[in-house]
Write a protein that binds this ligand. Structure first.
Ligand code: 7TS
Length: 415
């Protein structure tokens, strides 16, 4: 593969990521575990440092200069986040700890307000545990039934021909991953949300793997809720968001009770603030929000169309090359995949692949990727996964493939 198209972006952005410039086990680090978490550019680290060095105070509570600055920084980050996903208003953005908390929040609040025994919640077999276990808990709590739209085969497509039969008027909630973290499947979320709407179901999209990798427009997708994490899009850990369409948040009960989410408290009860603050109890993650906004500025300065094209090219190349290895099973779509590839080498446990690759400086991920039921259905205990981001260079992919080939020859059943 030529170096030009996919090499330039990798070379241009690398200097912004000091962490990438190091040796692991005596070899240059090749970081291909971006689906788990991305690395952070200097601008994000600097923004957080500057916040703590100049502006830190608790938001909303204090009427003093630092508190005002902290409040402004926090609320500006909310505006920035709204723009990042093209929400109509910052009122539609609740800050959370990340995708997991966003989904738990919406699941818990919706359960209380709309679910009754016999209602159905439809998710898919390719959900990350964080979009599965909360619904299992909700089903137990409410007596609602949890249904799973099947995944057809190793190519990782949803059985869309089954959707109409499953999406009946009893389905009150439909929740689906945008991009699968273990398969690389890109689901047709706009169509899926339209179908959900047609039976009156609320739609929720898990955007953990999509928002930092391609343009995501909540108005275009027309979902009711979208969840995502900051740390996968160059931002810090411990911050993420839940987008909620229009005034949907007005109809939900609070999630956590505590300071910051109330307008007035009495011994007999409390009056809550308006959304989104009603859903942000306790001291919020100001520094995280500042870092998240800096991350969004950084990612958009590159352009998510460009990132998408770059990641997809690397993934296509990796997929094509590794498919030539004997005894190696590939997961996820052959075409139109996101920037990651999952694979299984006969005779080698995925954890051993990761450990052996690490000895040569390559960071991969192995295991069930928090999609254990899916792995079981596809007949493996886990896979090894290489996941890419814009700072990866095609030379790194070549080096990784070379190392994997050696591992496969030495330890695989077909070596
Ligand atoms: N949904 C998807 C699709 C994910 O990929 C992940 C994390 C989550 C939800 C949870 O995000 P969190 O930030 O709340 O933890 N995925 C992975 C992964 O693939 N490897 O490590 C974490």
């Amino acid at each position: 593969m030529t170096n030009t198209s996919t090499g330039l972006l990798g070379s241009r952005t690398r200097k912004d990521f000091p962490i990438l410039d190091q040796k692991i086990n005596g070899h240059p680090l090749i970081y291909l575990d971006n689906a788990a978490t991305s690395q952070k550019p200097r601008t994000v680290v600097e923004a957080i440092k500057s916040y703590y060095e100049h502006d830190n105070a608790n938001v909303h509570r204090g009427i003093h200069e630092l508190s005002n600055r902290a409040t402004l920084a926090y609320e500006s980050a909310r505006e920035r986040t709204a723009r990042f996903v093209n929400a109509r208003s910052a009122r539609e953005i609740v800050f959370t700890r990340g995708t997991t908390e966003s989904i738990n929040l919406v699941a818990s609040c919706l359960a209380e307000s709309i679910l009754k025994p016999g209602d159905k919640v439809l998710i898919t077999e390719m959900e990350h545990h964080s979009n599965m276990v909360p619904w299992q808990l909700i089903a137990q709590r409410t007596g609602a039934e949890l249904l799973y739209l099947p995944v057809e085969d190793r190519e990782g497509n949803l059985a869309l021909d089954r959707l109409d039969g499953m999406l009946t008027s009893d389905v009150k909630i439909f929740s689906c991953v945008h991009i699968s973290n273990s398969l690389g499947t890109v689901n047709p979320v706009k169509d899926l949300c339209a179908k959900a709407r047609s039976v009156g179901a609320i739609s929720i999209i898990d955007g953990a793997q999509s928002v930092g990798h391609q343009p995501v427009d909540v108005q275009d997708i027309d979902c009711d809720f979208l969840a995502f994490s900051g740390h996968k899009i160059c931002g810090p850990t411990g911050i993420g968001a839940l987008y909620a369409k229009g005034d949907l948040l007005d109809e939900l009960p609070p999630y956590h009770g505590g300071g910051e989410m109330i307008a007035e408290v009495d011994f007999s009860g409390s009056v809550y603030k308006d959304p989104p603050h009603k859903f942000e109890a306790g001291t919020v993650n100001m520094a995280g929000a500042v870092g998240l906004a800096a991350a969004m500025d950084y990612v958009d300065s590159i352009g998510r169309e460009v990132i998408w094209e770059h990641d997809a090219k690397l993934a296509d190349y990796f997929y094509r090359e590794i498919s030539r290895f004997p005894g190696t099973l590939l997961f996820g779509p052959k075409e139109k995949r996101a920037g990651l590839v999952s694979f299984f080498m006969e005779g080698i446990h995925s954890h051993d692949i990761v450990t052996l690759a690490d000895q040569k400086g390559v960071a991969l991920r192995g295991g069930h990727h928090c999609t254990q039921p899916l792995m079981k259905k596809l007949g493996v205990s886990g896979t090894a996964r290489a996941s890419f981001y814009f700072y990866n260079h095609v030379d790194e992919i070549d080096r990784c493939l070379e190392i994997l080939e050696r591992i496969q020859k030495r330890f695989g059943d077909h070596g």
